[in-house]
Ligand binder design. Structure first.
Ligand code: SF4
Length: 256
């Protein structure tokens, strides 16, 4: 039996996939995003050990809540793909129990993605940036890992919700959002696009961990700006108004 490492579990998540969800934050991430609000999940050796069966039993306790709402379980992080063997085993068990599975990822991990994707009902896919150099500036890594995962997801025909964090001065230009929209149009099976406004909650974690915070002094993204960028995105994608709903319901999403 494979042992996974998790950071924490949120039992009534409303923003990480359809319906009410149990959100499991997993340990380990290869990226170091400038705006990350979960630096305490970076260390793949941190957190608490758990088997897939133990995690399933925890999740099953809330089945009554999430089943009736069309929800399920979402693995987030960190990046769950760091522990892809564990994720595949856990998602397989969920499938057998009729529990909807969502994978919140930036596409950076190890192992056999096909095995994970076979049991994944929805991918919440973070696009950090469409440009190689900016991607590297924001995350510390180029786009190669992302493209490898995206290619596996497209081959497996997984349903995708795209997410993009909008940070003042970093990713909030109309040009960036236009290019993002055009790029998303090249991806199949995209059901929804969510622009996640940068906020400053969680910055204190950096102080606790003694890690310098790269976006010190950057303000949270204003609602008006976000609404405007959704219009730019809609126009670039030429597919009104599927992004609008996300704008209304996801103004305070967590980032990470
Ligand atoms: S924002 Fe997500 S992908 Fe980026 S460093 Fe944080 S946990 Fe990793």
């Amino acid at each position: 039996m494979i042992v996974g490492r998790i950071h924490s579990i949120e039992t009534l998540g409303l923003v990480d996939g359809p319906g009410i969800r149990v959100v499991v934050f997993m340990q380990g991430c290869m990226l170091r995003c400038a705006y990350c609000h979960n630096p305490d999940t970076w260390n793949k050796n941190g957190g608490t050990e758990i088997t897939a069966e133990e995690l399933l039993n925890k999740v099953k306790r809330y089945k009554g809540y999430f089943k009736s709402s069309g929800g399920g379980v979402t693995l987030s992080g960190g990046d769950p793909l760091i522990q892809s063997e564990f994720v595949a085993e856990f998602f397989k068990m969920c499938r057998e129990e009729g529990i909807n599975t969502a994978l919140d990822t930036s596409g950076y991990g190890y192992g056999d993605y096909d095995e994970v994707l076979k049991y994944t009902d929805l991918i919440l896919l973070d696009i950090k940036h469409v440009e190689e150099s900016r991607h590297k500036q924001i995350t510390g890594k180029g786009r190669e890992g992302f493209l490898k995962f995206l290619s596996a997801a497209q081959k497996n025909n997984n349903k995708i919700w795209i997410r993009h964090v909008v940070v003042p001065g970093l990713t909030d230009s109309e040009d960036n959002i236009r290019r993002l929209g055009k790029y998303i149009n090249t991806i199949s099976n995209v059901e929804k696009v969510q622009l996640l406004p940068y906020h400053t909650q969680g910055v204190d974690k950096y102080k606790d961990l003694n890690i310098p915070y790269r976006l010190e002094g950057v303000p949270a993204l204003e609602r008006e700006k976000l609404d405007k960028l959704y219009l730019v995105l809609d126009e670039a994608m030429g597919k009104l108004p599927r992004t609008k709903k996300a704008a209304e319901s996801h103004s305070l999403n967590d980032v990470g």
